[in-house]
Design a protein around this ligand. Structure first.
Ligand code: IMP
Ligand code: MG
Length: 191
């Protein structure tokens, strides 16, 4: 999808270039969905989406997982309205399904420091699942901390940019962009 840099301006912020188009994201979701189908062959899978950011990516991914799949959602927060992590993770909406002896695949928009998902893996482990793995649309490996979670299925790796779109927000804006873009670093400095 061709998008001009000038298409979106919010509060004086110009959205950067398109990093991943909708077509690229759908293609990658298709590939990973097929791989997950092979890896979990013969098993039931609970696909657990992290609200809100993972919703767009999850909807593409699950169409390509050809298994006995159930969907659930969990909401956690580690970021407030700024672009830096608070380091404190809170569960705002809990899982509804029984995870005991189930294979769980957490679906996330982006893994940055890995703090949120490291917390989530421990939190879910208390429910006694058979396995808990992670599928993230984006991964910023350069930002991972020592105790940060590692990603089992990665859509794309990104540099240390503040990315937006396809579920990712800045202050609840830009989630509906049908591509992944980023805020220009000089604009992020002003936030
Ligand atoms: P972590 O705990 O540092 O791995 O942060 C994970 C969460 O922070 C993600 O689920 C996102 O909600 C948010 N986040 C991290 N990096 C970005 C970004 O570049 N853009 C938008 N949200 C981000
Ligand atoms: Mg998130």
């Amino acid at each position: 999808m061709a998008v001009s840099k000038d298409d979106i301006k919010v509060k004086g912020m110009t959205v950067g270039k398109v990093l991943f188009t909708e077509e690229q994201i759908i293609e990658r979701a298709t590939e990973l969905g097929r791989q997950i189908t092979e890896d979990y062959a013969g098993k039931q899978l609970i696909v657990l989406g992290m609200i809100k950011g993972a919703v767009l990516w999850m909807s593409e991914l699950v169409k390509h997982i050809d298994l006995d799949v159930k969907l659930d959602f969990i909401a956690a927060s580690s970021y407030g309205s700024s672009t830096t992590s608070s380091g404190v993770v809170k569960v705002k909406k809990d899982v509804e399904m029984d995870l005991y002896k189930k294979d769980v695949l957490i679906v996330e928009d982006i893994v940055d420091t890995g703090t949120t998902l490291a917390f989530m893996q421990k939190y879910l482990a208390e429910r006694g699942p058979s396995s808990v793995k992670i599928c993230s649309m984006l991964d910023k490996p350069s930002r991972r901390t020592e105790n940060g979670a590692r990603v089992d299925y990665t859509g794309f790796q990104v540099e240390d940019l503040f990315v937006i779109g396809y579920g990712l927000d800045y202050d609840e804006k830009f989630r509906n962009l049908p591509y992944v873009s980023y805020l220009e670093p000089e604009d992020v400095d002003k936030l």
